[in-house]
Design a protein around this ligand. Structure first.
Ligand SMILES: [Zn+2]
Length: 455
């Protein structure tokens, strides 16, 4: 049992709207408690109580009951880095190195995107995430006001990162001044929203000159929004940074004042750098309390390298997990990503302890709280946001249940998800989307073939 109030007058107790019960509840709390025959009590958008079903049903006899049976309830997974509109480009270009993939196939098509297409691609990615147990994500793209519309409609929690490079005019604006006006307007919309927050996310050091990077950081501080960027993704990026600025990517960002506690860096593969430098760089990130998001699927597919998770852990860098976009992964499935994260570290380090199942689940939940700079997600505990999921344990790959964490990380596919709840609202349950007309969405997506044919 956890923190059941005992001295509060009955009239002041919050109302329990719903009581979800399942054979297992993985709390992801400090002690990583797993409750057999457990329950989660919800009051509006918050978790009221987590504990044993037989006690919570006595405490909350009037609550609506949702009995999930042979299933496991756990915190919603957090996709710490993605580009949701890119589902439109899934499968359009594969099996290339990052720079060839970007410049030959992605950038030319992105230049023809419209707000309507960005919104459509975003809704489709969100459907995939909701279907596979993700409740929140950190996005980074252009026309982010269209991603706002999609996330608002679909019910997910998100950090919306306005991405930019030094190359104007962009899809968003003719110049930096006009883009700043647009960012201010979107910041205002986010400020009033219960689930959506804003970030300024320049694309990368190799596409954004130092003056503009500083301006982005200043604007993020002024608007009190988050800051993120792709960083140290490939050996080529490190070489370019050394040649142009005489520093490796992380010390270079430090010299520009970009390393702050509200900062999240995506990738941080640090390919090809010496062990001493690696240690120094990780210590810099840890000292400044920056978060890092690891993207194993994308790093493997683009042959970028293997992120130094152990060095991050040893230095105390807070690490989340992300899929990266749907055309460099190509899925938006965090269950699959946990599996990849764990196995990649094992084979790279030739050590089965390099990333155990619990560590992978931690990155996708508690680490997501750091990546999104939201202390109220990532665990099932009283007072946390009511963001949780349930996976059925009925399918052959999920039995027997000696260790539910092992089954989720090493055996699940994500399609075992039977329930996805964000902010207390059910977005998906028992095979049905409750946040969108999925058939209509699939019909709309057919229009993307015509758009691809045009150029
Ligand atoms: Zn990315």
């Amino acid at each position: 049992m956890y923190n059941i109030p005992t001295s509060v007058p009955e009239s002041a107790l919050p109302v329990c709207n719903a009581l979800y019960t399942a054979d297992y509840v993985i709390t992801q709390n400090e002690g990583r408690d797993i409750i057999r025959k457990g329950a989660v009590a919800v009051s509006d958008d918050r978790i009221l109580c987590v504990g044993h079903t037989d006690i919570l049903e006595i405490l909350y006899p009037e609550a609506r009951r949702v009995d999930l049976g042979h299933a496991v309830l756990l915190p919603g997974l957090v996709n710490g880095h993605t580009h949701v509109p890119m589902s439109l480009l899934r499968g359009i270009s594969d099996d290339k190195k990052l720079m060839d993939w970007l410049t030959q196939d992605i950038f030319p098509r992105e230049s023809r995107l419209t707000p309507e297409l960005v919104e459509l691609g975003s809704r489709f990615s969100m459907a995939e995430m909701i279907r596979t147990g993700t409740t929140s994500f950190y996005d980074m793209y252009m026309l982010e006001d269209s991603v706002f519309n999609a996330a608002d409609a679909m019910g997910m929690r998100a950090v919306l990162g306005v991405s930019l490079t030094q190359f104007f005019p962009s899809l968003d604006a003719p110049d930096w001044d006009a883009l700043q006006d647009k960012i201010r307007a979107l910041a205002e919309r986010c400020r009033r929203h219960p689930r959506l927050r804003l970030a300024i996310t320049p694309h990368a050091p190799y596409t954004t000159h130092p003056g503009l990077l500083r301006d982005c950081r200043t604007l993020a501080d002024e608007l009190d929004v988050l800051f993120g960027m792709h960083l140290a993704e490939t050996a080529g990026e490190t070489e370019t940074c050394l040649k142009d600025f005489g520093m490796r990517p992380i010390p270079y960002c430090e010299s520009l004042g970009l390393l702050q506690p509200d900062t999240t860096f995506f990738h941080v593969v640090e390919a090809g750098i010496a062990p001493d430098h690696l240690r120094e760089d990780m210590e810099l990130l840890a000292e400044q309390r920056c978060a890092v998001v690891h993207n194993p699927g994308s790093n493997m597919k683009l042959a970028s390298g293997v992120a130094p998770l152990r060095a991050m852990e040893q230095a105390g860098v807070q690490t989340g997990l992300g899929t990266d976009g749907p055309s460099s992964n190509n899925a938006q499935n965090m269950v699959r990503e946990m599996y990849l994260a764990s196995l990649l570290q094992k084979v790279h380090n030739l050590d089965p302890q390099a990333c155990p199942a619990q560590r992978a689940l931690d990155m996708a939940t508690r680490g997501g709280s750091h990546a999104l700079h939201d202390p109220y997600i990532g665990t099932l505990e009283p007072g946390m946001r009511a963001d949780f999921i349930a996976l059925s344990l009925d399918s052959p790959n999920m039995q027997p249940v000696h260790n539910p964490v092992s089954n989720i990380v090493y055996a699940a596919t994500g399609m075992e998800t039977i329930l996805t709840v964000v902010n207390g609202r059910e977005l998906y349950r028992d095979g049905k989307f409750l946040c969108c007309d999925y058939d209509a969405l699939c019909e709309e997506l057919k229009g993307v073939y015509d758009w691809i044919q045009q150029g």
